[in-house]
Design a binder for this molecule. Structure first.
Ligand code: UDP
Length: 246
């Protein structure tokens, strides 16, 4: 599998043309950023681990009937995915209050929420990914009502599945971010499918017993041990390669 020209470089991934017209190659970097890229660093081996973790979770989701962009792993840092037009609305799912919502609304970190909270953010680094309502997305033309409905439905199913998977590994799924894209198949039919990644970069994972943070907050908050945390998630998911050495 040879990759074509680079189409896009993001903060944690690079996208290349694939061999087939409706595919692209997603390359995972070790680069880490936080606070809208004001803080930059490296988490050694992160790209390899996030490639494995995302592929594993997306495969499970596909098996549950949730359509995703994931096709197959190519090598330790690359996966073949369906080419989508990313919907510029990030979906944030919260089971427990943490991170930005605590600052925004004066909540205490760790406070359980009465129900799963789904928030939307406008995907724009320039504007700092502001929180928006569904109405903003529709009126401003970022997504249709129907697309939001599909995204919301899939998001709740993903949360149920992922929360259960994580509890089985002794981990609390605190919150996470999803991105969806529009995929056009060979017959010209357009579908909304899950894209991007699900990894410790995009989720908050807390150990059920100790409360230890096993995600990117270790980097954001200078807690140390980010490499070990990503490896621990991969290990509990059963995808950590033997003798893994970042
Ligand atoms: N998140 C993400 N990318 C973003 C914003 C948030 O992956 O651009 C994830 C983040 O890792 C966390 C969840 O979404 O698991 C909620 O993030 P929050 O809004 O609390 O923002 P943060 O505190 O990460 O700035």
């Amino acid at each position: 599998m040879s990759r074509g020209k680079q189409l896009y470089e993001g903060k944690a991934k690079v996208i290349f043309e694939g061999e087939e017209p409706q595919t692209v190659i997603q390359y995972f970097k070790d680069d880490a950023t936080a606070f809208n890229a004001q803080k930059k660093g490296t988490i050694n081996g992160k790209g390899i681990l996030n490639n494995l973790i995302t592929g594993h979770i997306f495969t499970h989701l596909e098996n549950l009937g949730i359509p995703t962009h994931f096709i197959e792993h190519i090598n330790d840092r690359e996966q073949l995915v369906r080419h989508v037009d990313i919907i510029p609305v990030e979906v944030i799912v919260r089971n427990i209050a943490a991170g930005s919502i605590c600052k925004r609304l004066g909540l205490e970190e760790g406070q359980p929420l009465d129900d799963t909270l789904v928030e939307y953010c406008y995907k724009s680094d320039e504007h700092g990914d502001p929180v928006i309502s569904g109405e903003h997305a529709v009126v401003l033309g970022w997504a249709t009502e129907e697309e939001l409905e599909i995204m919301h439905y899939m998001t709740l199913r993903i949360n149920d599945f992922l929360s259960g998977l994580m509890v089985g590994m002794g981990i609390r799924l605190v919150d996470f971010k999803l991105e969806f894209g529009r995929f056009v198949d060979e017959d010209g039919e357009e579908y909304v499918i899950l894209a991007d990644e699900i990894s410790p970069d995009t989720c908050r994972f807390w150990d059920l017993e100790t409360g230890e943070k096993l995600d990117k907050d270790r980097f954001r908050r200078d807690l140390g041990g980010a490499e070990d945390a990503y490896q621990e998630i991969a290990r509990r998911l059963g995808v950590l390669p033997e003798n893994f050495n970042a």
